[in-house]
Design a protein around this ligand. Sequence first.
Ligand code: 2P0
Length: 322
Amino acid sequence: MNKWVRAHTNIALIKYWGKENEDLIIPKNNSLSLTLDAFYTDTSVTFDDALTEDELILDGDKQDARTLSKVQRVLDEVRTLAGLESKARIESINHVPTAAGLASSASGLAALAGAASQAAGLDLSDQELSKLARIGSGSASRSIFGGFAEWIKGHDHDSSYAVPVDDAQWDIGMLFIIVNDAKKDVSSRDGMKRTVETSPFYDGWLNSLDADLSAMKQAVSYRDIEQVGQIAERNALKMHATTLGASPPFTYWTAESMKAMDAVRELRKLGYTAYFTMDAGPNVKIICRQSDLSALKQELSKTFEDKQLIAAKPGPGLHLLN
Ligand code: 2P0
């Protein structure tokens, strides 16, 4: 019986946006994230000589070849490392509130790296697991770790992996405002590629990252939630600014995203510590004190429906389930 492995999703406070090497998924810059308890993926892998092709069953449904492609990068690497030839059956369950419209590639590919290496009899270090998850999806490299993690960009497969930064066992949380669950027009993979290739703002973004990253690491080490929030919000806005300069231009923001960002600014006027970040989609995530989560939810329920508001706390790293 193969074991089930669980990985939680993470949200970047210093964003990954652009690849130096698209094939190996080596990023242009280091990124830093917080792993969260509220969203996770459970995965089990079986290598079986009787199979004629790899299969992915996600939430009970067999997935098509396109969805399999990220997964196969990871499986192929595991087969190479373990000297295996058999095809694999992957069963995966996403624990993301329905209609949340949140990307699950970080938790999904991290759980796959753990489950596939375990099923192949490999005993990989966290660093090796992070590299394995990375070749499936960049952000998954960070989901091997709980709390805050930094993905060190490196320059080749062996030097590009995430490391733990801080266990986040302090008063920090995130509140998600789910504004739209529609499938996005521009995937993050295509969006970052277009931005790197065509946006004149991309260099400005890259040039500002060292300062943001070192300020963020200092703020995390001081447990300074105000600074963490301020730096994260500025960093996210700069990332999103690069997409407006791309050709053709695009944005992940919708009118509802703007409304949510305004609501966060209003929370600040009320005296709360509340800053937003956004990823390759319209949803808005609020960085706040864990001890304020209920109060913020109540405040925001004047503007948004309860089902749009999901509270999250720092979550654990990759682990086996009993
Ligand atoms: C991040 N995002 O740091 C950034 C911020 C979206 C915006 O990582 O192409 O699914 O598989 O490496 O990891 C989303 O991109 O992209 C992402 P690939 P991924 O979280």
